[in-house]
Design a protein around this ligand. Structure first.
Ligand code: ZN
Length: 418
């Protein structure tokens, strides 16, 4: 990360990290003032000009194309770090808020039509809990080779009821984070109390969180979360409408009050199940199409699609389309699908600096290159490339050919001929 303060320097650092550029390569003259201003204002809570699409990602992507074009003209090549392991075109973060694990029988009887008949009969006989689906979700996700994050409220249900499932799944890679209770989003003492309660209740220290009801205060919440030692948050998203609250769809370090990037990462929330049914009253087919459309928009910008699917809903009409979403994802072997913590860890590991030396001919990476890190290299026709301690393959994306370079050891270097 670049040091320095001020909104412009924050924005340059943000773009350099987000786009995976050579360290220190982005000068303020290269970035449009209104992009800096818009990035700055969304970080302070203003809506982007267009929040129906990941519009700020699209602006960053067009900046990337300009940088690429001029670098190829000037130097004969352009190199950047791909966003995701193996240069996956899209990352998907699967998350589940755990608001409830049971409901009174009167409630179940009232809404019996929402459940599958066999499930309902079993529930009547006390042989099935319709609202505690943590293990069921774990089983279905495992069948596709996926794992996800569950966020638990610390005060809404007895944590000992969740503890056995949480510990079992956590040992196999599922994440258990905090679903921030009321009062935590703007109070560090309350937040720390909730963390302690959760840690004591399930024996797992939460590393990530999402606030209940997506409660978020741009002047307070990130600071509170940073102070409580979280690795990441995934609260910033819309309740009542589809779209991208910040116009962003990739992890980033939020700014503190003097525009220094925090250690905390934000994984912006892309879509929540209850928006489809509760707020927009969509049917299942329509809701499913919305999920796919929203994911495709994120793929356009090589982004992160963070999906919130309440665990209590997966046996219900509407909620049960989660299984179809998993199947759909399962057909796309090239995607990076993971828990919030896996995404956050990857994003931090990817921050290893990309360096260019020897009159812009020699490309290297800092120490501790994470497995899967891939460089995207574009060159003028006829340019020769030599890789030490790594491999190269070609790919055509968006009608253009590019080379993907994968380092395989600390001696990695990439040399580009003139
Ligand atoms: Zn909630």
């Amino acid at each position: 990360m670049l040091t320095g303060t001020g909104k412009a320097s924050y924005a340059l650092n943000f773009l350099e990290e987000s786009l995976g550029l050579v360290s220190g390569s982005l000068g303020s003259e290269g970035v449009a003032r209104d992009l800096v201003d818009e990035l700055g204002s969304v970080m302070r809570g203003s809506a982007p000009k267009d929040s129906t699409t990941p519009s700020l990602e699209a602006r960053a992507a067009s900046l990337l194309s300009e940088l690429e074009k001029s670098a190829i003209e000037d130097d004969g090549f352009f190199v950047r770090k791909a966003r995701w392991p193996g240069a996956a075109p899209l990352a998907v973060c699967l998350t589940h808020d755990v608001d409830n694990i049971e409901r009174p029988m009167e409630h179940i009887l009232r809404i019996r039509d929402r459940f599958d008949k066999a499930d309902f009969q079993k529930a009547l006989k006390g042989r099935l809990s319709l609202y505690d689906n943590i293990e069921l979700i774990g089983k279905k996700e495992a069948a596709q080779g996926y794992r996800s994050s569950f966020y638990l409220l610390s005060a809404n249900y007895p944590l000992e009821k969740v503890r056995p499932a949480a510990r079992k799944l956590n040992a196999r890679g599922w994440e258990f984070g905090l679903h921030g209770d009321f009062g935590t989003h703007d109070s560090e003492p309350e937040m720390k109390k909730a963390v302690t309660k959760l840690r004591e209740g399930i024996g797992i220290r939460p590393r990530g969180l999402r606030e209940h009801y997506l409660r978020f205060d741009f002047a307070e919440s990130w600071r509170v979360m940073e102070g409580a030692g979280f690795d990441y948050d995934s609260t910033v998203g819309n309740n009542d409408r589809l779209g991208f609250k910040l116009g962003l769809a990739a992890p980033f370090h939020p700014p503190d009050e003097s525009w220094r990037p925090m250690r905390l990462l934000e994984l912006p929330l892309s879509l929540m199940d209850t928006t489809l049914w509760g707020y927009l009253k969509k049917g299942e087919e329509e809701g499913f199409a919305d999920v796919m459309r929203s994911m495709a928009m994120v793929e356009e910008v090589e982004g992160l699609f963070t999906l919130l699917w309440h665990q209590e809903a997966v046996r219900m009409k509407g909620g049960r389309i989660y299984w179809r979403i998993l199947e759909e994802l399962g057909r796309r072997k090239e995607l990076f699908v993971g828990t919030g913590l896996e995404v956050a860890r990857w994003w931090r590991a990817r921050e290893v600096p990309l360096k260019v030396a020897n009159d812009r001919r020699l490309i290297t990476l800092g120490a501790r290159v994470p497995e899967g890190l891939t460089l995207v290299l574009k060159t003028r026709p006829g340019t020769k490339v030599k890789v030490t301690s790594g491999s190269v393959r070609s790919r055509v994306r968006g009608g253009k050919s590019e080379r993907l370079v994968t380092p395989s050891g600390p001696a990695f270097k990439l040399e580009v001929s003139r």
